[in-house]
Design a binder for this molecule. Structure first.
Ligand code: PEP
Ligand code: MG
Length: 323
């Protein structure tokens, strides 16, 4: 099986009935790029920039960040690289920021919320990204967006920094797509409104599932509620994909679900454009997709969305599409 997968390293990802999707990888550091290329990744769908800020005593400088972003973009040689701005808080703490303890860190002052308030830190990251934009195919993504207003604020700040850099003589790409993670239910259910203003969505199912089911993704006691195949989650995913496509925008997924063999047929049937997963899963997913007929899955999507439980969905997928 491994040998069969290895043959797919330089292939594109096409279903048995000729439908094309993109398989990208999630990375945390520039060193991870090697694994992406070795496993035939067609892009980076999520670069988690938190690691630049973690395991140290102060914020990374603009120069340090610029070097990291440039390295990733160069090593990816023009393939798309989606960089997520700082998503700190929740399970990822930064001791040196000295933030007050919170009762519910996952519902608290984190990610974009924190960046919009600690603007010096945010602007430094955005400048580093903008300056790196000439070295590859950069897309910038904001995490934990709950309202359209937050997205607009973040985009305004980004464009301000871009103008400042340009007036100071820097060359900045004019083709940087600006998108958001869809990982909060409020954003999923109003995806039609966001779709008019963003360039793309990436569905973050790790958080979207936890917030939709109100089940902490780290808590074993409630892990039975953490159900990627639940019709509730699948309906949200469908809403997001349809909303984006209505406005001619693309949609990816960068949560664990994107590389899950039971979820993959459903996501293909729903029309997901980009699947971003751990690099080591890419070839297996490419092989799986090459044997799936998108039309055949589409024909049972209606039935799946009307099932009464995640188990029923899982059973149907296993029976019909996994052998
Ligand atoms: C997600 O929430 O699905 C996601 C990809 O982000 P993280 O796991 O970093 O929260
Ligand atoms: Mg998340």
């Amino acid at each position: 099986q491994k040998a069969e997968w290895a043959k797919l390293v330089n292939e594109s990802t096409i279903s048995a009935d000729g439908y094309h999707v993109e398989l990208a990888a999630n990375i945390g550091t520039p060193d991870d790029v090697r694994g992406v290329l070795e496993n035939g990744g067609e892009g980076v769908g999520l670069y988690r920039t938190e690691f630049l800020y973690m395991g140290r005593n102060q914020l990374p400088t603009e120069e340090e960040q610029f070097e990291a972003y440039r390295t990733v973009l160069e090593r990816m040689e023009g393939k798309p690289v989606v960089v997520r701005t700082l998503d700190i808080g929740g399970d990822k703490e930064l001791p040196y920021l000295d933030l007050p303890k919170e009762m519910n860190p996952f519902l608290g002052f984190r990610a974009l919320r924190l960046c919009l308030e600690m603007q010096d830190m945010f602007r430094t990251q955005l400048r580093a990204l903008l300056r790196a934009s000439m070295y590859g195919n950069l897309k910038i993504m904001f995490p934990m967006v709950a309202t359209l207003d937050e997205f607009r604020q973040a985009k305004t700040i980004l464009l301000e920094e871009k103008e400042k850099l340009k007036s100071a003589g820097s060359t900045i790409s004019d083709d940087i797509e600006i998108g958001i993670m869809v990982e909060i239910p409020s954003t999923a259910v109003t995806a039609d409104l966001f779709a008019k203003e963003v360039d793309f969505f990436s569905i973050g199912t790790n958080d979207l599932i936890q917030y939709t089911m109100a089940a902490d993704r780290m808590n074993e006691r409630v892990s039975y509620l953490y159900q990627p195949y639940s019709p509730a989650i699948l309906r949200l995913v469908k809403m997001v994909i349809d909303a984006a496509h209505n406005e001619g925008k693309w949609v990816g997924m960068c949560g664990e679900m994107a590389g899950d063999e039971v979820a993959i047929p459903i996501l293909l049937g729903l029309g997901l454009d980009e699947f971003s997963m751990s690099a080591t899963t890419i070839l297996q997913a490419r092989s799986q997709i090459s044997k799936l007929s998108r039309v055949e899955v589409s024909n049972v999507i209606e039935q799946i969305l009307n099932m009464k439980s995640a188990q029923e969905v899982e059973e149907l997928i296993k029976r019909k599409f996994l052998t």
